[in-house]
Design a protein around this ligand. Structure first.
Ligand SMILES: [Co+2]
Length: 208
C-alpha cells in the first residue's frame, strides 16, 4: 500500500488501561450528576458484552439460509424479522439486511461515526470506529477486504453502504458451499461478525 498512514488495522494509540480509565471517569460524572445510575450502566454493559453480540446475527443468517419465507421477511423488513427471533433493543429500530449474491458483495461502514446494528451484532469493534476504516471502506473497499483475507472475484460488484443513526445495515452473506447436511445451529457457527459487516465472508465447514 502506498500510504501507510492510512492503515487501519493496528489498534488505536490508547492503551486498554487508558481507555478504561477514561470510561470510568465519564461514568462517574454521569452517575454523580444523576443522569444515570451505576446499576443501569452495569446492566447495559453486561447485556451488550455477554448476551447481545454477533452470535445473534449469526442465528438470523442461519435461519435465512434454511427458511426461504423468513429470508423474504428479513429482506423486506429486517427489524421486524429480527424481532421474531428476539433480536431487538437499542439502535435497532431501522435495520436493513443486504443480500450478497454471486454478482454483488455488500460492505457496511458508518462514515460519520460508528452507527451499527446493536441487536444483531452487539457493540462495534474498535477498527469499525477508526477514521481509516471509515475513509478506506468507501475509497478502496477491496483493499480493506484483502486485509481481512477476502478477495471477491473481479466481476463481483462491491457496494458500500453508509449506516446512520436512522438506518443501520448488516449483510446477509451467501451460504458457503458443502453445507447441505448442516443444521441451523451448525450453520450459525460459520457466520462471523466480519461477514455480517461485509469485510469478509462466512467460514467454510473445513475452516470452522
Ligand atoms: Co454513525
Amino acid at each position: 500500500m502506498s500510504d501507510s498512514t492510512e492503515h487501519f488495522a493496528p489498534p488505536s494509540a490508547r492503551s486498554p488501561e487508558e481507555l478504561a480509565a477514561r470510561v470510568k471517569a465519564m461514568e462517574s460524572i454521569l452517575v454523580e450528576k444523576g443522569i444515570i445510575s451505576a446499576d443501569a450502566i452495569d446492566y447495559m454493559s453486561s447485556v451488550y458484552e455477554n448476551e447481545v453480540g454477533p452470535q445473534v446475527g449469526a442465528k438470523v443468517v442461519a435461519r435465512a439460509w434454511t427458511d426461504p419465507e423468513f429470508k423474504a421477511r428479513l429482506l423486506q423488513d429486517a427489524s421486524s424479522a429480527c424481532r421474531e427471533m428476539g433480536a431487538t433493543g437499542l439502535e435497532g429500530d431501522e435495520m436493513i439486511a443486504l443480500e450478497n449474491t454471486d454478482q454483488v458483495h455488500n460492505l457496511v461502514v458508518c462514515t460519520l461515526c460508528s452507527c451499527y446494528p446493536w441487536p444483531v451484532l452487539g457493540l462495534p469493534p474498535n477498527w469499525y470506529k477508526s477514521p481509516s476504516y471509515r475513509a478506506r471502506a468507501v475509497r478502496e473497499p477491496r483493499g480493506v477486504m484483502a486485509e481481512f483475507g477476502y478477495t471477491p472475484a473481479p466481476e463481483v460488484e462491491v457496494r458500500v453502504w453508509d449506516s446512520s443513526s436512522e438506518l443501520r445495515y448488516f449483510v446477509l452473506p451467501g451460504r458457503p458451499n458443502d453445507t447441505d447436511g448442516l443444521t441451523e445451529g451448525e450453520l450459525a457457527e460459520l457466520v462471523t461478525r466480519d461477514s455480517l459487516i461485509g469485510v469478509s465472508v462466512p467460514r467454510t465447514p473445513s475452516e470452522a
